[in-house]
Each structure stands twice: as structure tokens, then as C-alpha cells.
Design a protein around this ligand. Structure first.
Ligand SMILES: *[C@@H]1O[C@H](CO)[C@@H](O)[C@H](O)[C@H]1NC(C)=O
Ligand SMILES: *[C@@H]1O[C@H](CO)[C@@H](O)[C@H](O)[C@H]1NC(C)=O
Ligand SMILES: *[C@@H]1O[C@H](CO)[C@@H](O)[C@H](O)[C@H]1NC(C)=O
Ligand SMILES: *[C@@H]1O[C@H](CO)[C@@H](O)[C@H](O)[C@H]1NC(C)=O
Ligand SMILES: *[C@@H]1O[C@H](CO)[C@@H](O)[C@H](O)[C@H]1NC(C)=O
Ligand SMILES: *[C@@H]1O[C@H](CO)[C@@H](O)[C@H](O)[C@H]1NC(C)=O
Length: 511
């Protein structure tokens, strides 16, 4: 079934090129670029042509907007605060910050500050509940300006846990950034990030804006009357959800205050996968410039948590899993993530979550695919990760010992990405004495979240842990666009073959 579908797509992709060599150009063409941040002091990482820098893209997005700018961020720290003992930057000197590239964050902040002085409507939505200074910048930008609105939203009031974690910029309802970069100067020059920048893509921008509006709406609603405690039959945990959640039996649900989401057949209360989710057919121009004719290629968006879904969009979990499952017979799947856990991180009790490892096993055993996974090893590595990764590697033992009838030639390869200096991060000074740390806290990490098969690319904002798909906000952009697929593979391969990795098998068993 699935292979047929992939084949069909390939045919659909090729057809227009054969039959329509001269497609009329519309005045505003949807264009896409992949966007990266590369930490300083990684001289052995080859640069990839045609990929933009996050710091530049954020400045353009701010500078160029003429009517509106909507930003979803977990927290803000575009301006370094080395004097603040709560900040990861604490104790570093001006020359250290210069060397770290902190000025790029100021440039982005100043661009937003400048555009706020023009009559552009700016809406900023962030998480609250972290250290209060993290909403200082949005608050400063909003102060005394009626065209700048700043809202904070505590998702834990609605889902029992979870945060605003999506990283999204929308300007003039036309241009969009979706990716892993936080609104933090460190995300521009000290953390490895991957995202996508879409320009002149109003159809896509409008959908992302609906998601933005859903979060914005939530911030003004009363969670105390509009949440329910539910016994979740899919994840076997009692938890809090919005009263319109499909995790509640249909009769127990309230009317959703958000745009409607498709009703799925009444299987057990949950969000079953959609077989016919919304797919756009947009002719995206990618750079370097296409040599051949424009080819409309399927695009989709996926969102988390599922209660914020609208129309017929995929849940973010399904968007990822369908990407992993899109690997072709004998093909290669590439997955890049900071965290990988087969469970939840923030619930009590823990939720066991085999969704991603099942999808990987399916690729190995039923498609004989090679699955390559790049996971970050860094200063805040989650210990339980190693066990889940090793259990995935055990697939190789099972695969190679499969009987002749069940011939298996698939393979899982997993490596840790280690950004140099990761174990020298933290405050420069503690209690008046130098710590010997070389970089600010929460830096020197591969933070990108994406997956790319031979045919489909998926770029998200979520870590691969249960909570990010069911209690935390996340957005992904996915496409079958050949150019984007190939470029994302190139980004992955440069990391995979770089000197900054070590295979999980070779990594100390005792970590
Ligand atoms: C953005 O605008 C600011 C102020 O007008 C300017 O200094 C800066 O060079 C611009 N940046 C880019 C990338 O266009
Ligand atoms: C911005 O939002 C924060 C958090 O809700 C609030 O404390 C602050 O007063 C707001 N600032 C302005 C200028 O609206
Ligand atoms: C749900 O359960 C939590 C903790 O058990 C409790 O604090 C809360 O009041 C309950 N909420 C509702 C809507 O019943
Ligand atoms: C959920 O709560 C119900 C009633 O309080 C209880 O009977 C059930 O065992 C709980 N389920 C789980 C999975 O904790
Ligand atoms: C930091 O990591 C490097 C590379 O893995 C290692 O050689 C070094 O010993 C580590 N330093 C500390 C202080 O753990
Ligand atoms: C700093 O010193 C104080 C008092 O001596 C001590 O209580 C505190 O734990 C120290 N803090 C750190 C981060 O070492």
C-alpha cells in the first residue's frame, strides 16, 4: 500500500515536468530555504551551499515586515545578560561574548525593536513560569506601544504539564520560519539548529497563523472551567486535558472554542491517525535556482498537542511517524534529534511510548531499510536515553539472526553528536571564583529536530519524547519536495561524517 503511495507521488512529481515545460510564473512565488545555526569553534564541519543562517533570517523577517509579525517562543534572551546570576551567560566578559557571537542576538533584537517603531502589528506569545527575566524582552518591546502585544501561556494549566515550545515566526501573513532555534542569542552561534524559511507562501502562512491564533486564544480562556481529568485509554495515565479533547468520550466533550477539527470515527477516545490528511500542492522554488520546470510537490503541516489541531492536519506525532515510515524498500532513513526517549519525561507515573521505536523497527524489518539516528550528547543529556538507543540497536542482532524465510537486511546505526566544549559549559564565575567553564550554560549541543527519508523531509520543533507530542506545543513542516529532501540529507550527512560524532556502541557503557 505504502510503496504504491510513494510511487504514485514520484509519478505525480515527474509528470508536470514532462508535460508542462513552461509553467507561467505567478507574481509571488513561494520560495524555501533551509536554515542553520552552527556553533563557533567547529572548524571541521564543512559548510553547505544554499543554506541560510538563522541570525540573518530572523533579521530579515523582522526588518522586512510591513503589516504584521507573530512570534511563538519558549523564552527570550536575545540580549546577553552576563551580570545576571540566573542566566547561563553569568560571569563572561565582553570579549568572551564577542567571541561567542552574542552580538548577532542584539542585531535580531534591534531589528524587532526598529520594526516595532513602525506601524507593524507585533504579537509575541511565550511560555511563562521559567525564570521571570525570560519574558523581559517581550515585555520591554510591548512597553508603551499599542501595536505590540505580549502574552504568556502556561500549558500546564491545560495539560497538567507541558510548555510553549514551538519556535515559529510569521510575517505579513506570507513568510514563515519553523525550526529548532529559540529566541536566544545562543541559538544563533552556540547551539546547532535547523529550520526552514518559507518566503511568499501565504497559503502555508495562513495555516500556521491559525495555530498561532489557537494558542493566543487559549491564553485568554479560563482553564479552571475548561479542563477535565480523564483516564487516557491510549497512554494509560490519568491526566488533565482541555474539555474538547478527543481523549474524552464524545458525549463528555465540550464545544471547542477553537476552529473545528475533523471528527474521526468513534474508536476508543484518542486522536487516530488520518489517512487522508490535508496536503497542499505548492510549487516551491528552492535555491540554488531550479534548472528544470517548477514542480508542485506535496506539503503538509503537523501540530501538537492534538487538542490544538484544526481542519484535517496531522498530529505532530503522526507527521514524524509517517516520515519514518516513508522510507522505501532498502532505502535510508535519517533522524536528527537532541533527545530520544521511549517514554515521557515530565509525567508521574511515566508513560511508556513505543511509537517511534516501532516505526524504526518497521523500517528495518519490513523495508530492509538503513535507519541512521543522530542524538545529542551534551551537558544536560538525559541518562535514560542510552538504554532506549541500545534497545534499538538490538534490532540488528534480531535482524541478522532472522530465519531464511524472514530474510532481513535492514540496519540501525546510532551515533552521539558531541559539540566540542560541551563539558565545559556553565557560569564563568561561581561565588566569586572562576569555574574554568569555557562556554555559557545550555550551549554546545545539536538541537535540530528533523527526519528525512529518500522521499520526504520533516522539520519540527519538538524533542522526541512523549510529552512534546501530547502536552507541549510543537509545529512541523514536511514535504516531498526533492530539492528540500536532498538538501536536508546533505545537512545530516555532513554531521554524520564529521569528526564530532561517536557511535553509541563505542561510547562508554557506564555513562
Ligand atoms: C535590519 O535593520 C537594521 C536597522 O534598520 C539594520 O541595521 C540591519 O543591517 C538590518 N539587517 C538585515 C539583515 O537586513
Ligand atoms: C508582558 O507579559 C508579561 C507576562 O504576562 C507581563 O508581566 C507584562 O506586564 C507584559 N508587559 C507588557 C508591557 O504588556
Ligand atoms: C484534576 O486532578 C488534579 C490533580 O489530581 C486536581 O488538582 C484538579 O483539580 C483536577 N481537575 C479537574 C478539572 O477535575
Ligand atoms: C485513574 O483513576 C481512576 C479513578 O480515580 C482509577 O480507578 C484508575 O486506576 C486510574 N488509572 C490509572 C492508569 O492510574
Ligand atoms: C570533555 O570531553 C572530552 C571529549 O569527550 C574529553 O576528552 C574530556 O576529558 C572531557 N573533560 C571533562 C572535564 O570531562
Ligand atoms: C556559594 O556560597 C554560599 C555560602 O558560602 C553557599 O551556600 C552556596 O552553596 C555557594 N553556591 C555555589 C553555587 O557554590
Amino acid at each position: 500500500m505504502r510503496r504504491d503511495k510513494v510511487l504514485l507521488y514520484v509519478i505525480v512529481l515527474l509528470l508536470p515536468c514532462l508535460s508542462l515545460p513552461h509553467v507561467a510564473k505567478s507574481s509571488i512565488q513561494c520560495k524555501a530555504w533551509l536554515v542553520q545555526s552552527i556553533p563557533t569553534d567547529m572548524p571541521k564541519l564543512p559548510r553547505i551551499s544554499g543554506v541560510l543562517s538563522t541570525g540573518d533570517v530572523f533579521q530579515w523577517l523582522a526588518n522586512k515586515s510591513t503589516t504584521s509579525l507573530d512570534i511563538i517562543a519558549q523564552y527570550w534572551q536575545l540580549l546577553a545578560t552576563p551580570k545576571d546570576p540566573h542566566s547561563g551567560d553569568f560571569g563572561y566578559s565582553d570579549s568572551d561574548l564577542q567571541r561567542f557571537g552574542a552580538h548577532l542576538g542584539s542585531l535580531v533584537y534591534n531589528s524587532i525593536d526598529n520594526v516595532a517603531n513602525r506601524n507593524v502589528n507585533i504579537r509575541i506569545l511565550s511560555h511563562s513560569g521559567v525564570y521571570p527575566e525570560y519574558t523581559k524582552e517581550p515585555s520591554d518591546l510591548a512597553f508603551g506601544r499599542s501595536n505590540v502585544k505580549n502574552v504568556t501561556l502556561l500549558l500546564s494549566k491545560w495539560w497538567g504539564s507541558g510548555i510553549v515550545h514551538a519556535k515559529v515566526w510569521i510575517f505579513d501573513d506570507r513568510d514563515v520560519y519553523i525550526g529548532s532555534a529559540n529566541n536566544d542569542w545562543k541559538s544563533l552561534t552556540q547551539v546547532k539548529e535547523v529550520g526552514i524559511y518559507l518566503s511568499g507562501c501565504s497559503r502555508i502562512a495562513r495555516k500556521v497563523k491559525t495555530y498561532f491564533d489557537n494558542l493566543w486564544r487559549l491564553a485568554s480562556l479560563d482553564s479552571s472551567t475548561q479542563t477535565r481529568n480523564v483516564s487516557d485509554q491510549q497512554w494509560l495515565i490519568n491526566r488533565t486535558v482541555p474539555c474538547w479533547s478527543h481523549f474524552l468520550p464524545r458525549k463528555a466533550r465540550c464545544m471547542s472554542p477553537l476552529p473545528s477539527y475533523i471528527e474521526t470515527p468513534n474508536v476508543s477516545p484518542s486522536y487516530p491517525s488520518l489517512s487522508d490528511h490535508e496536503v497542499f500542492s505548492v510549487d516551491i522554488k528552492t535555491f540554488p535556482r531550479d534548472h528544470y520546470c517548477p514542480e508542485p510537490q506535496p506539503i503538509y503541516l503537523s501540530f501538537a498537542p492534538p487538542e490544538l489541531l484544526f481542519g484535517k492536519h496531522q498530529s505532530d506525532e503522526q507527521g514524524w511517524i509517517d516520515t519514518i515510515k516513508s522510507v522505501v524498500e532498502g532505502g535510508t532513513m535519517r533522524i536528527n534529534t537532541m533527545d530520544w526517549l521511549g517514554q515521557s519525561q515530565y509525567t508521574n507515573p511515566k508513560v511508556y511510548w513505543p511509537s517511534f521505536s516501532s516505526a524504526v523497527s518497521e523500517g528495518v524489518f519490513s523495508k530492509n531499510a538503513k535507519v541512521k539516528i543522530l542524538v545529542a550528547y551534551w551537558g544536560h543529556f538525559i541518562k535514560a536515553t542510552d538504554g532506549y538507543l541500545r534497545s534499538l540497536l538490538y534490532s540488528n542482532v534480531l535482524c541478522s539472526s532472522a530465519s531464511v524465510q524472514n530474510k532481513c537486511s535492514g540496519q540501525v546505526e546510532i551515533i552521539y553528536y558531541i559539540v566540542p566544549g560541551f563539558n565545559k559549559t556553565g557560569h564563568a564565575v561561581r561565588n566569586g571564583t572562576k569555574t574554568g567553564n569555557k562556554y555559557p550554560d545550555y550551549t554546545r549541543v545539536n538541537h535540530g529536530k528533523y527526519a528525512v527519508s529518500d522521499v520526504r523531509a520533516h522539520i519540527g520543533t519538538s524533542n522526541l519524547v512523549w510529552d512534546y507530542f501530547f502536552t507541549t506545543s510543537g509545529v512541523s513542516f514536511g514535504t516531498y519536495n526533492t530539492k528540500i529532501v536532498l538538501k536536508l540529507q546533505e545537512i545530516f550527512d555532513v554531521d554524520w561524517y564529521s569528526p564530532y560524532v561517536v557511535s553509541v556502541q563505542e561510547f562508554g557503557q557506564d555513562v
